[in-house]
Design a protein around this ligand. Sequence first.
Ligand SMILES: Cc1cn([C@H]2C[C@H](O)[C@@H](COP(=O)(O)OP(=O)(O)O[C@H]3O[C@H](CO)[C@@H](O)[C@H](O)[C@H]3O)O2)c(=O)[nH]c1=O
Length: 588
Amino acid sequence: MGRIAVRHVLDSVAWAIGIFGAVAFRYDFQLDQIHVDPLVAVWLLAALLQAVIGRLGHAYGTRHRIGTLAEVNSIFWVTLTTGLVVGAVVVLVGQSVMVPRSSILIAFPIAFVIMGGVRYLDRRFTELATRPPEGSARVLVYGAGYLGSTLVRRMLTDPSANLMPVGLIDDAPERRNTWVDGVRVLGTGADLEAVTRRTGATELVVAIARADAILLRQISDGARLAGLNVKVLPPLEEILSGKSRLRDLRDVSIEDLVGRRPIDTQFELVAGYVEGKRVLVTGAGGSIGSELCRQLFQFSPAELIMLDHDETGLQATQISLTGQGLLDGDDVVLASIRDAATIREVFEQRRPEVVFHAAALKHLPVLERYPEEAWQTNVVGTLNVLEAALAVDVGVFVTISTDKAANPISVLGMSKRAAERLTAWAALQSEGRYLSVRFGNVLGSRGSLVPTFASLIDSGGPLTVTHAEATRYFMTIPESCQLVIQAGAIGNPGEVLILDMGEPVRILDIANRMIEMSGRDIAIVFTGLRHGEKVHEELVGSDEVGRRPVHPLISHACVDPLDPGDLELERTWCRPTGSTSRPPTSAR
Ligand SMILES: Cc1cn([C@H]2C[C@H](O)[C@@H](COP(=O)(O)OP(=O)(O)O[C@H]3O[C@H](CO)[C@@H](O)[C@H](O)[C@H]3O)O2)c(=O)[nH]c1=O
């Protein structure tokens, strides 16, 4: 018998107990005074009405979860209506067939309490059967809001996850001592140590949808003192859509602690300029280019053309996007931005309408030693892409720049400053929106700080920190790309858009945290600032004024256009003599 049929039968039994019990009460349990046949008729009428009204009122379908308040509420109204109709019948004809009028008045609460009780027991048994098994990890959930409650419920109904929620933590004092599915809010972040001792918890799961790096650092420091392992959830959207499961909980990473900055994507804005368009990304095999491709793909461009000179990088991006890396389609283009003729040909053949220019050389110390390389790729290469775009009337062109272009003192910074200025020049030659987006360090990009420290830790250290006070602005790659794509929607021609990266973080703090998270004993050595390296980065140049007219995290500033005819004047930093750079020397 199906579950719904069983519930109909049980509710009929509830009415039987209610009606016969009420009459038995009425006659003081002198059963020989009871006329059974009319009572059976009244019971059958009640059972039939309960079923019909219940079906009409959707009280028996899958609309409500078993034993929830919503289900009991809907059963209440069905039972009350049934009771009223049956009661009216009894009032009209009951006297003549020896059914006492008061019987339904008493039968209704008895039947309803039994129906509610059966549902409660059903729910308890179901929950007990799916409870995490003995020996499951004891978990505290930080955040008793929607996400925390959903998580607790999932843990309680997914025995395979082996996670037993033993308490909730929430900083809102009014939530203290409230319950979520039998799990209590035991205190705030300040009580973490006491709550851990009391519950024997070993894990702490952060269930705060918009937790940023600062909050995660605070929680993680508290958890360390309490001896808890910190885990974080996959992105909220994935949880809500059911794409991710409990086992996708992962340890908190250095990226979470340093660069997390949840961003609201204004989808309509972005879809407006990407959807149905031919979109080309240069540097598609790199860290930023590949993430841009992944995000742009979701906005259904007519074509996504991934261009890079690094075939292996292109393959990795293709795999991450399409699940295959055969490299045999039109979606990947192998070409170097240094090669003007080839780039022009690609643009003429593929006629992109939107371009994200992410191809660049990026390593500051290397470019100090090889400035000509920075010139060829970051300046001439950018000009090549811009000219090809102008030739085919690209409508939106976004150059990816860096905070090192603000008050530049390095070859990297100066080359990217020139790229921003060339983009501003191109804006003057076109009807389209040609603009740059400038931001600081992205966490985890190839060859950057975090992967370098990670491999130094793997090999036993020491960690090399260039300056004890050095700070950088950090963001995760996905979050910075989200902002870049939004910036493309709101930027005006020739502008540079500057992403708000929050507070700068000390490199030494990152080194210390990574060592601590590794659980190993690793030394730190201070190596001294390298040529061209600033102690603190600036996002806005001293000659620039940033305004935020549209997006709260994106400033707009004007850039002085650079006519390609004047490029030679710009080249001073590129020459060994009189330049800020050091000529290559033999390996030290
Ligand atoms: C690799 C390494 C780095 N550092 C320091 C140097 C910097 O102050 C800071 C970050 O270093 P990196 O991750 O290499 O990033 P940085 O030189 O700032 O440049 C990056 O960030 C820029 C944005 O500011 C990008 O435009 C560049 O393309 C990118 O390479 O950490 C150390 O102290 N020790 C290290 O071993």
